[in-house]
Design a protein around this ligand. Structure first.
Ligand code: NAD
Ligand code: 6OD
Length: 485
């Protein structure tokens, strides 16, 4: 694929910025393509185009017709399914089965779901009494916020970007999207889809580039951006919020996590092991919802550690097209970060149960960014490796003796995104779930998603909730009209 240059999509045209940067395949370090970085002029033009488009046909189209168009976006993602799969795999090196079954289908489903939901919204009115006896009627008109900046990460590139673009457009906004610099390809394909199905010029704009001092910071600093929706690291959220504070722009943030899995002795052992393997190692541990802290009731602790070790060692690492279960980490920089935690864990007194290093293949994969699935035990609850998000294929297993202890371990975190409880005692599951300081808690499952439900985190894991009506509420400004009779 090298030789290709991915362009920005601004005001309905594919345009160059000023610099080029490399998009590297994490499987073997080869060049996937080059990417045109949007300079300030290009980003500002994208924001102006988005602002202008609100006054054009997009601002006048009926909600129903707007949603029909978004359904066509979903259809066209499906028509180009293989292109999307290939592009996502080239950028991330993810397992083929994951991209085919999760990433790309969810990209299409996000458009279908929010188009359907927006079409079905009811309009309500409230009659009220007045002193003159004639009364008044109040009704609400949901208006778009305006120009929405969508800034997304690399771990589930199309899924997480469309999770925000789809409801923003369904609510009538225009968007300026900046995908991660690590994963620009499916966003560029989405721009082609928008172009093909006839989304009006300026409604969907795409700018490529980095965060600080580049396209990301420039978008958020542009005063014509009316709201910012962001998924990424908590520290990036802080930087974005400072810029969004100028002009008091609303933010919706989905940020980092240090999630706990809690396994009771009465759990279905096989299911709890299989579920925890998924929750610790899916997508090479690069899912914000992954369980990096696993707490196991003491009576089954040794058996659980042995079983998880056996399953972790059976994970097939390799090229996406070889039917592997796990690909590489996203980049060398990220692998260096995860490896630094591997060293730190040993300094902090961890016992290495399995993994802990880089596999050797004896072929071009040795130029990629693979790492072994890793399990530790023996760390103190206040160790840095128990507190900081690592975002790699690694978990620590701690024994616990009672409900009270495990709840306080799980909650003792600056993060509060997700948790998983494994037990056959539903009273206990419900009791504990309600006491966990998280945005979502699975019982005997992990990452099972109903798109209607609120999704987000507490503490450093986020601000606000998206999902179903919660998304439409964030992307809309309700206007109350009170009519006196
Ligand atoms: P990141 O914060 O480094 O980057 C995310 C995006 O923000 C990228 O597009 C980047 O270019 C941009 N960016 C960086 N600095 C910026 C700035 N100052 N201004 C504007 N834009 C800026 O995150 P990442 O490394 O791409 O993703 C991994 C992180 O995302 C992890 O912490 C993970 O937990 C989190 N995440 C959270 C969720 C969730 O739903 N809570 C989902 C996925 C990922
Ligand atoms: O499923 C989703 O909608 C979602 N936002 C998932 C986030 C995964 C984090 O990496």
């Amino acid at each position: 694929m090298s030789g290709r240059i991915l362009k920005n999509y601004v005001a309905g045209e594919f345009v160059d910025g000023s610099n080029l940067f490399d998009n590297i395949n994490p499987v073997d370090g080869t060049l996937v393509c080059q990417v045109s970085e949007a300079d300030k002029k290009t980003v500002d033009k994208a924001v102006s185009a988005a602002k202008e488009a609100l006054k054009g046909p997009w601002g006048k189209i009926s909600r129903k017709d707007r949603c029909v168009l978004l359904m066509k976006v979903a259809d066209e993602i499906e028509n180009r399914f293989d292109d999307f799969v290939k592009a996502e795999i080239a950028d991330t090196g993810k397992a083929h089965s994951q991209v085919k079954n999760i990433d790309i289908p969810r990209g299409a489903a996000n458009f279908r779901f929010f188009a359907d939901l927006a079409t079905k919204q009811d309009e309500k009115s409230w009659d009220m009494e007045t002193k003159d006896g004639k009364g008044a009627t109040n009704y609400i008109v949901d208006k778009p916020i305006g120009v929405v900046a969508v800034i997304s990460p690399w771990n589930l590139p199309l899924l997480l970007m469309t999770w925000k673009v789809a409801p923003a457009l369904a609510a009538g906004n225009t968007v300026v999207v900046k995908p991660s610099e690590e994963t620009p390809s499916t966003a560029t394909l989405l721009a082609e889809v928008m172009d093909k199905v006839g989304v009006p010029k300026g409604v969907f704009n795409l700018v490529h580039g980095f965060g600080p001092g580049s396209a990301g910071e420039v978008i958020v600093s542009n005063p014509d951006v009316d709201a910012v929706t962001f998924t990424g690291e908590s520290s990036t959220g802080v930087a974005i919020m400072k810029n969004a504070a100028v002009g008091l722009r609303p933010v919706s943030f989905e940020l980092g996590g240090k999630n706990a899995a809690i396994i009771f002795a009465d759990a279905d052992f096989e299911k709890a092991v299989a579920g925890t393997i998924r929750s610790a190692f899916s997508n090479c541990g690069q899912v914000c919802l992954c369980s990096e802290r696993v707490y196991v009731e003491r009576s089954i602790f040794n058996d659980f550690v042995d079983a998880l070790k056996k399953e972790a060692q059976a994970i097939k690492i390799g090229r996406p097209e070889d039917g592997s279960d796990m690909g590489p980490l996203i980049s060398k920089v990220h692998r260096d970060k995860v490896m630094a935690y591997f060293s730190l864990a040993l300094e902090e007194g961890a016992t290495l149960i399995t993994g802990g290093g880089v596999p050797e293949f004896g072929d071009s994969r040795d130029n990629g960014f693979f790492i072994r699935p890793t399990i530790w035990t023996g760390l103190a609850e206040d160790a840095r490796c128990m507190k900081e998000e690592i975002f790699g294929p690694v978990c620590h297993i701690t024994p616990f003796d009672c409900e009270g202890d495990v709840i306080s371990y799980a909650n003792d975190s600056v993060y509060g995104l997700a948790a998983a409880i494994w037990t056959t005692d539903m009273d206990k599951a419900n009791r504990i779930a309600r006491r966990l300081e998280v945005g979502i808690c699975w019982v005997n499952e992990w990452f099972l998603r109903d798109l209607s439900t609120p999704f987000g985190g507490v503490k450093l894991s986020g601000i606000g909730r998206e999902g179903g009506i919660h998304s439409l509420e964030f992307y809309s400004e309700p206007l109350t009209i009170c009519v006196k009779h």
